[in-house]
Design a protein around this ligand. Structure first.
Ligand code: SF4
Ligand code: SF4
Length: 344
């Protein structure tokens, strides 16, 4: 199979998975919106609450994991949040932060935006290195902040939070972030969208704490992009397409936590088997990207099937309990319980 065809397979597989996940996410968002609308009314609730919406509750997932590690108890209110975080972590560990480039819907939108910007303006722009480095550390700072707060909380306080009225409605509050968007939020989002047109993966590169966590997990990954220095012809195509602006053409191995395992560099390399993702002892062939795609899909389906069949997916909150809690969504009882924890 020639290199051009190999290239199209690389791009095609990843983009199809990204598109499928984005459509799935939009479908989940719509179903959750309709479910909440029905629950807010007085009639029978016929729409099921999609558990996948909990993928947007990463802080709750981190707390759930700390609580699970301390007590062995799985979060009963938003169990899918923990499952989705575990899936993202496994993916990133196995294939170099690949959750960000193969799966995350925000990563997909970011990628589409910078590619649209590239077409519109003929190029992407780069923030100078003296500013790029400190900006990149922002996402790690945010991650550290959340991890510190959660690590500092006593297990009993975490349990209290996970059962609090606030956390019961955390998914609805996330929905309200979009449906009741404040002017400030809208302006911030518009600025981020605009910046994403000019700079590759602006949100992911500088601000996403979830991506920072995936990057740290990827550092422990046995898989790496490796360049064969003997066969490399220094065409620099790999470096040009790299969304993380990594100097792929100069490195023997890509160790950076910014590498998202997209394999675009491997796809554009004109010399067969020169740029490949490798395990420590053995090279993956140039078509093995199809295995990455297959494993990503299998891991996703396997994780969700396991979670559903073992009772780790659906919330224990019944539709009636959800409706009762929803009625008080704007009340004082639904305020964030952090103040209460701070006093203890
Ligand atoms: S080094 Fe290759 S796999 Fe890693 S982000 Fe850059 S293009 Fe993607
Ligand atoms: S695309 Fe391949 S041949 Fe060209 S510089 Fe990168 S590794 Fe070398």
């Amino acid at each position: 199979m020639d290199q051009r065809r190999n290239h199209s397979i690389v791009w095609g597989l990843r983009n199809w998975i990204q598109l499928a996940v984005l459509v799935l996410t939009l479908g989940i968002g719509l179903q959750f919106y309709l479910f909440v609308r029905q629950a807010a009314g007085g009639g029978i609730i016929t729409i099921a609450r999609p558990a996948g919406v909990e993928g947007f509750l990463p802080i709750g997932a981190l707390m759930g994991w700390k609580h699970f590690l301390a007590t062995g108890e799985w979060d009963a209110i938003h169990p899918a949040a923990m499952v989705i975080m575990a899936f993202a972590g496994m993916m990133s560990f196995l294939f170099r932060k690949s959750f960000c480039s193969w799966f995350c819907p925000v990563g997909t939108l970011s990628e589409w935006l910078w590619k649209a910007g590239e077409r519109l303006f003929g190029r992407n722009y780069r923030i100078p290195a003296w500013l790029d480095y400190p900006l990149r550390s922002l996402k790690y700072g945010l991650l550290l902040f959340f991890v510190y707060i959660i690590a500092d909380m006593a297990t009993a306080d975490i349990a209290l939070f996970l059962q609090s009225p606030y956390y019961r409605m955390a998914d609805v509050k996330m929905l309200h972030f979009f449906t009741r968007m404040s002017q400030t939020t809208a302006i911030v989002l518009a600025v981020l969208l605009l910046l994403s047109l000019f700079f590759r993966n602006f949100w992911c590169r500088y601000l996403c704490p979830y991506g920072a966590l995936m990057g740290i997990l990827a550092l422990c990954s046995p898989m790496k992009i490796r360049r064969n220095q003997t066969t490399c012809v220094q065409c620099q195509r790999c470096q040009q397409v790299c969304p993380a602006h990594l100097h792929v053409h100069l490195k023997e191995r890509i160790l950076s936590p910014e590498c998202s395992g997209c394999m675009d560099c491997s796809g554009v390399c004109p010399v067969p088997d020169t740029l490949v993702m490798t395990s420590p002892g053995r090279r993956m062939g140039r078509l093995r990207v199809s295995w990455v795609a297959l494993l990503v899909v299998a891991l996703f389906l396997g994780t969700i099937t396991w979670a559903k069949s073992s009772g780790h997916w659906e919330s224990r909150l019944s539709p009636q309990e959800f409706r009762m809690a929803l009625k008080k969504i704007d009340g004082a009882a639904m305020q964030h319980p952090s103040v209460q924890f701070g006093r203890q």
